[in-house]
Design a protein. Structure first.
Length: 702
C-alpha cells in the first residue's frame, strides 16, 4: 500500500483532505457537555391530588401505582415521594444502556392498569410519565422596577408568554416554573357556610355545573328547510373570566324566590394558582423558572438558544421588566472545554518544537505537523459515528493521543532521512526502501496499543461509560494515524524531503553537544547498573512496595470534586413551618453569605428543594465570583463551604448546609453521595424517623 501512495501523492492528499473535512463537519454536529451521559436512565411518574395529605397520597396513589411497576424490563429499583402539598413522584431507575423511550412506554402501559384504582381527582388532573432529569441546565428570572408588577404578576407573565416558547426550543427537555400563573381564588367562610346549611362539596359542585363551556351549535345548518338562505352560529355563555361572574354563581334557591350566591359565603379574587414558592435574588423578590436539558442535547447550543429567545421575548415585556440568568451550568462547561482546547493547542505546538529541535529539518518537521491535525480531526468523525460527545474525557483522550499519533509519522520520517543520508538515495527511492522496512513495525505498534485501549471500552456500568469514550477516542486517532503513516506520510516524504546540506547553526550544534553528553552519561550509568544488578533490583522492589503502600493510603473517589462556580444551600425547617418562616430564614442566610468576598449573588427558592417540596424547605444557588477574582485561599471552594456551613449554624430553627454541585450530572442533585435508610423489618414510619435521627446524630459526631 505505501508504494501505491508514493507514486500517487495527489490521491493521498485528497484522502487526507476528505478525512479532515469529515472530522471538521462532525465537530459542529457533536453535542457538547462536561461529561458523557454516565447516569443510568430514569423515568419519573408525577401525580397531583389537590388538598390531600402525604399519608392519603401514600395510601391512595403512590402504593397503588407501585404495585403495578414490578416486572418492567431492566428495572433496577424505584423510589417514591408523597408530599404534603398534594403531589407524588415515583422515580424508576433502569440498567445502563436501556433505551429510555422503550422504558417510558412500558411504564406508561403499567400505569394505565393502575389508573382504574386511583382517585378520580388524580386522573382528572393528569398523571405525567417523563424521562427524569433533576439537573438544571440554567435558571432564568424576571425582575421589575415597576411596583405594580409583583412576584405573582411576573409568574403569570412567565406562564403566559415565556414557558411555551422556551419549551419548544430544540434540546429543551422541560421548563419548571418556581411559582404559578393567575387563577380565580375562592376563599370560603366556614361560618357563613354553616349558617346557610351548605358544605364545601356543594359549593364545588355548583361551580363545576355553572362554569361550563357550551357548544350551542348553528341555526340554519344542513339539513335545513328549503329557502332558508342563511346559517348562523349560536353564541352561548363562555366560562367565567372575572371575580364578579364567579360571585354570581347560585348555590341554592328557595321557594320564595330568594337565592344564595357564591359571594354570600366566599371571597372571590384573582390570585396565584398556588402560593407554595417564593423566589429572591440577593433579597429582592423576583420570578424564575428552571430549564432542563433533553437527553443527548448540546448544552451550549441550548443555553445560547434560550438566551436568544429571551432577547426576542424581551421586546414584548411590560415596561420595567427585564430578565437575567442567576444560575447557568454551561459556564463551567465552556471553561472546561476551553481549558482542554488550550491544552490541546499547546500540546501540538510543543510537539512541533520538540520535533524541530531533534530532527533539525523544517521540511521533516512539517510532515508530522501535517499528519497530527488529520489524525485528531478524524477522531471527531469517529466520535460522531460512535454517538459520543465533545466532553472533557474525549478531549483529554485527544491530548494523550497527540504523543501517540506523532510517533508513526516520526518513525517514517526518521527512517527515510537515515536512508537518504547513509545510502545517498533520492527521496522517492529512500521512501520506498524505508516503507518496506517499517510497514510491519507500524502495524505491529498500532495493534499493540489497540490491545491496551480497546478492552477498556468493554467495561460495563457507569465506569464503562467513562473509559469507553476515553479509550475509543484514542483508538480511533491511532487507527487513522497508522493509516496516514502508510499513505499520507510516505507521499509527503517522497515529495517534500530533500537531502541535507551544510552544518546546523550554532544553537543546534550546542544542543547536539549537550544531548550527546547526556546520552553518553546515560549509557555509562546503564553499564554500571548492569554490574550491580542485585542492588538495583532491591531498589526496584522497594519502589514497588512504596507505590503499593501509597496506593492503599490515598483516599479514593469516583471522580474528584470540581469548583464549578456555584454551590448549593439546602434549607430544612421543622414540619409545619409556613412560607413566611422559611422566607425569613432564607433572608438571614443571604445576609450571612454576602459577607464572604467569594460570593457574587445568592438566588434562593422557598418551597422547593432537591430533598423535597413544601413550605418548610428551601434551596439556594450561590454564585461565586469568577475563578480569576478568587485569589485568596479562603475564597476557594472547600474553604468557602467549610466557612459557610459554620456561619449558618448561627441561624436557629432550621437545618442548613452548603454543598458542592455534582461532578457528574444526573448521578445526584448535589456533590457527595445519596444515602437511603430502609425499613425492611416493617416497624413503621415513626420508628424509621427515630432510626434516621440516631444515624444523623452519630454521623455528625464523626
Amino acid at each position: 500500500m505505501p508504494r501505491f501512495f508514493i507514486d500517487r501523492p495527489i490521491f493521498a492528499w485528497v484522502i487526507a483532505i476528505l478525512i479532515t473535512l469529515a472530522g471538521g463537519a462532525a465537530i459542529f454536529e457533536l453535542p457538547v457537555s462536561a461529561y458523557p451521559p454516565i447516569a443510568p436512565p430514569q423515568i419519573s411518574i408525577n401525580a397531583v391530588y389537590p388538598g390531600a395529605s402525604a399519608e392519603v397520597i401514600e395510601k391512595t396513589v403512590t402504593s397503588v401505582i407501585e404495585q403495578q411497576l414490578t416486572g418492567v424490563d431492566d428495572l433496577l429499583y424505584f423510589e417514591s415521594t408523597s408530599r404534603s402539598n398534594g403531589t407524588a413522584q415515583i422515580t424508576l431507575t433502569f440498567d445502563s444502556g436501556t433505551d429510555p423511550d422503550i422504558a417510558q412506554v412500558q411504564v406508561q402501559n403499567r400505569l394505565s392498569i393502575a389508573q382504574a384504582r386511583l382517585p378520580q381527582e388524580v386522573v382528572q388532573n393528569g398523571i405525567t410519565v417523563s424521562k427524569a432529569n433533576n439537573d438544571f441546565l440554567m435558571v432564568v428570572a424576571l425582575q421589575s422596577t415597576d411596583p405594580a408588577m409583583d412576584t405573582y404578576a411576573l409568574n403569570n407573565l412567565i406562564a403566559a408568554q415565556v414557558l411555551d416558547p422556551i419549551r419548544r426550543l430544540p434540546g429543551v427537555g422541560d421548563a419548571n416554573l418556581f411559582g404559578a400563573a393567575y387563577a380565580m381564588r375562592i376563599w370560603l367562610n366556614p361560618d357563613q357556610l354553616h349558617g346557610y346549611g351548605l358544605s364545601a362539596a356543594q359549593v364545588l359542585d355548583a361551580v363545576r355545573e355553572q362554569n361550563v363551556q357550551v357548544a350551542a351549535g348553528y341555526l340554519g345548518a344542513e339539513p335545513a328547510p328549503p329557502g332558508l338562505g342563511f346559517s348562523a352560529a349560536v353564541s352561548a355563555a363562555n366560562r367565567f373570566t372575572s371575580a364578579e361572574q364567579f360571585g354570581d354563581i347560585i348555590l341554592r334557591t328557595s321557594l320564595d324566590g330568594s337565592s344564595v350566591r357564591l359571594r354570600d359565603v366566599a371571597r372571590v379574587t384573582l390570585g396565584a394558582e398556588s402560593y407554595g414558592h417564593d423566589v429572591h435574588l440577593n433579597g429582592d423578590p423576583i420570578a424564575g423558572f428552571a430549564i432542563l436539558l433533553a437527553p443527548d442535547a448540546n448544552a451550549l447550543q441550548v443555553a445560547a438558544a434560550v438566551r436568544a429567545k429571551m432577547d426576542e421575548l424581551d421586546a414584548y415585556f411590560p415596561p420595567g421588566v427585564s430578565w437575567l440568568v442567576p444560575y447557568d451550568s454551561t459556564q463551567f462547561i465552556s471553561i472546561s472545554i476551553q481549558e482542554v482546547v488550550y491544552t490541546l493547542f499547546e500540546a501540538v505546538v510543543l510537539v512541533f518544537l520538540v520535533i524541530l529541535l531533534f530532527l533539525q529539518n523544517l521540511r521533516a518537521t512539517l510532515i508530522p505537523t501535517l499528519v497530527v491535525p488529520v489524525a485528531l480531526t478524524s477522531a471527531f468523525a469517529g466520535m460522531y459515528l460512535a454517538g459520543f460527545s465533545i466532553n472533557v474525557l474525549t478531549l483529554f483522550g485527544l491530548v494523550l493521543a497527540i504523543g501517540l499519533v506523532v510517533d508513526d509519522a516520526i518513525v517514517v520520517v526518521e527512517n527515510v532521512e537515515r536512508i537518504m543520508t547513509e545510502e545517498g538515495l533520492s527521496p522517492k527511492e529512500a521512501t520506498r526502501k524505508a516503507m518496506d522496512q517499517i510497514t510491519g513495525a507500524v502495524i505491529a505498534m498500532t495493534t499493540v496499543l489497540a490491545t491496551v485501549f480497546i478492552p477498556m471500552a468493554l467495561v460495563g456500568g457507569s465506569v464503562g461509560v467513562i473509559y469507553r469514550q476515553f479509550s475509543l477516542t484514542i483508538a480511533i486517532s491511532m487507527g487513522i494515524s497508522a493509516f496516514m503513516a502508510l499513505s499520507f506520510t510516505p507521499a509527503l516524504c517522497a515529495t517534500l524531503l530533500k537531502p541535507a546540506h551544510g552544518e546546523p547553526n550554532r544553537l543546534l550544534r550546542g544542543f547536539n553537544r549537550l544531548y550527546g553528553g547526556l546520552a553518553s552519561a546515560y549509557l555509562a550509568r546503564v553499564k554500571q547498573s548492569i554490574r550491580h544488578t542485585p542492588r538495583w533490583m532491591a531498589a526496584f522492589v522497594l519502589l514497588v512496595g512504596m507505590a503499593i503502600l501509597l496506593f492503599t493510603r490515598l483516599p479514593g473517589s469516583f471522580l474528584p470534586e470540581e469548583d464549578q462556580g456555584y454551590v448549593l444551600a439546602i434549607v430544612m425547617l421543622p414540619p409545619g413551618a409556613n412560607m413566611e418562616r422559611t422566607g425569613g430564614v432564607l433572608r438571614q442566610m443571604e445576609t450571612i453569605l454576602k459577607q464572604s468576598p467569594a460570593v457574587d449573588k445568592v438566588f434562593d427558592v422557598a418551597g422547593f428543594s432537591f430533598v423535597g417540596q413544601g413550605e418548610n424547605v428551601g434551596l439556594g444557588f450561590i454564585r461565586l465570583k469568577g475563578w480569576d477574582e478568587r485569589r485568596a485561599a479562603d475564597e476557594q471552594l472547600k474553604p468557602f463551604i467549610q466557612w459557610a456551613n459554620g456561619a449558618l449554624q448561627s441561624i436557629k430553627g432550621a437545618r442548613m448546609f452548603v454543598i458542592n454541585l455534582p461532578t457528574i450530572r444526573g448521578l445526584g442533585s448535589f456533590g457527595g453521595f445519596d444515602f437511603r435508610l430502609q425499613d425492611r423489618a416493617g416497624l413503621g414510619h415513626e420508628q424509621l424517623l427515630a432510626a434516621r435521627n440516631i444515624l444523623l446524630g452519630k454521623a455528625g459526631g464523626n
